[in-house]
Design a binder for this molecule. Sequence first.
Ligand code: ADP
Ligand code: MG
Length: 326
Amino acid sequence: VNAPASEFALIDRHFRRPVQHADVRVGIGDDAAVIAPTPGAELAVSVDMLVEGRHFMAGADPKALGHKALAVNLSDLAAMGARPRFALLAGALPEPDEAWLDAFMQGFRALAQRHDVELIGGDTTSGPRNLCVTVIGELPAGAAITRAGARAGDDIYVSGTLGAAALAVAAARGNVALADADRDRLRARLDRPEPRVGLGLGLRGVASAALDVSDGLTGDLAHILEASGCGATLEWARLPADPAIAARLDGPDRALALRCLLAGGDDYELCFTAPAHSRASIAALSHALDVACTRVGVIDAGDALAVVDRDGAPLQPLPRAFDHFA
Ligand code: ADP
Ligand code: MG
């Protein structure tokens, strides 16, 4: 097991498995995978890259990383309402570390299995550690939930809770001290995000627009507003704050807590809009899936995002969303 491995031995040991789905006509081992799309289906395709030193620290737990590399991609498919089907994995590794790869693939495969996703190809190269996952999902024709469908009067919702991942990052940087009771939960939100695949599927035909909150709510919601040509008012006090965030909103860490809540990345919750007549179906969906869906604001005919407190007074200054090049 510890003998130096060739690229092809690594592929055979860690990536290649018997084909699982009949519509994978050619899987790992040829020059390209061949898949037979479901008749009438459209494909949703997304790719995300995790770079060491940027998205994760050197020495990060490889199993959690395998989970997260796939999870962030499944989250993108969820935001489109697509059913995940296939994945490709391109990885650069500084050395052929089999124990590392084994743990990485354990995390990757456990999540893939839960969503019945088949790994159909990839690329393996040496270089600074970098993991790049492509996912392919299926949708009934015309059913994709895009960012462009929000209309004035629509409600704005957020799934789950916000701010936990950003608070975990702040703690890792030594900017805030966490209670023992919070540490593991917050760290798990950062390291092992749970893509809202079931919610995305349930929102087909219900949500008018959706995206996943990867860079921070205000910045991400602004993408919906821009694509849909509308404005919005967000009531920040209604946001589903993680309890550790909520506890900090009235104290010395208030600025940090607000930043985590409104502009913290990495939560991978869904932010979506829907007309008011969908409230009952969304409540039923939320109940059936046991995923909170909180109404946090309303779309309007303007072109700006206002974040207000309970009395409608604007929150200023607005914390900014994460931007790799800002
Ligand atoms: P080529 O040189 O023709 O591009 P490769 O030698 O890179 O092919 O890959 C051989 C096979 O192994 C291909 O089917 C490719 O998709 C698969 N593969 C390589 N690396 C990975 C990986 N990290 N995960 C999944 N499949 C992989
Ligand atoms: Mg190759």
